[in-house]
Write a protein that binds this ligand. Sequence first.
Ligand code: SF4
Length: 331
Amino acid sequence: MRHANIALFVPNIGCKNTCSFCDQRAITGKVNPPAPQDVRAAADRALETMGEAARGAEIAFFGGSFTAIDPEYRTSLLKAAYFYVEKGLFRGIRISTRPDAVDAEILSELKAYGVTAVELGAQSMRDEVLSANLRGHTAGQVRRAAEMIKSTGFSLGLQMMTGLYLDDDAGAVYTAEEITKLSPDSVRIYPTVLFKGTYLEMLFRKGIYRPQTLEEAVRLCAGLLLRFHEKDIPVIRLGLHTIDRESYLDGPFHPAFRELCEGSIYFDRAVSLLTRRNIPKGEVLLAVRRGEISKMIGQRRINIEKLSRRGYNCKISEDVSIKKYEICLLP
Ligand code: SF4
């Protein structure tokens, strides 16, 4: 399912602490928190441009800790959005927040104002990683908040990160497994990107933190994507959508990060298929699910070129009956 959102960015005005990777202090100075009239303007604009399709979209308050912001301000935003949801013009409201800023009272307020989905920034399920990255909450709080969100009837979204300070590939796999146990309706995966002015920058300058390379992040995130896919948990975002180039220092940002991961999955699967079946080098016909050819080919035909270097001249076709990420060998 495609997730169309009318996104409103609420900077981290609700956060008591600043996480190691968070550059929102810098952003907060530049971005005005939205006022109720901004919510109305965004919704009206979306109705004009999307028409009927807006009924399937959510009004989303992203960026900070929505449930931790000033209650009066929060209610004013919710009321502005609910005006449209109540009339059936949008599917619902999506908010993102911190696991330690969720309680029964707040959830019942969200419910009353038509919120349908709550996303939690879990980031890691290892307490030592959470603490080293100044998250200010524990994995236990993620579990408790997730259970409350589910039992109150919201769609649950969980966000995780890779490449945090003191984390490693095994830690990320553990986090993905623990997140899976919480049965989220959607997941977002963000490789850590290093921004100026963050605690991670200080650790980086001291030589005690190194961000993942793009290659490392792609390899790890491709594996995580497959894990969630096998459990039927949609990964609705993989990698940051965009970054402030002025603040960017280092780390695995790529505007088509998801495509790189999916290309990597297809390449590994093609190699494994050709090796397992002992396919002689030369011309090979492969088929993938309809709509997946470009991922099989890879960005700038990288997969086709890498397979060619291994001696395989691959031709790719598509078939609607093949499952996503599966590759069939044609006679
Ligand atoms: S909870 Fe989110 S918005 Fe708040 S400081 Fe941490 S990363 Fe930034």
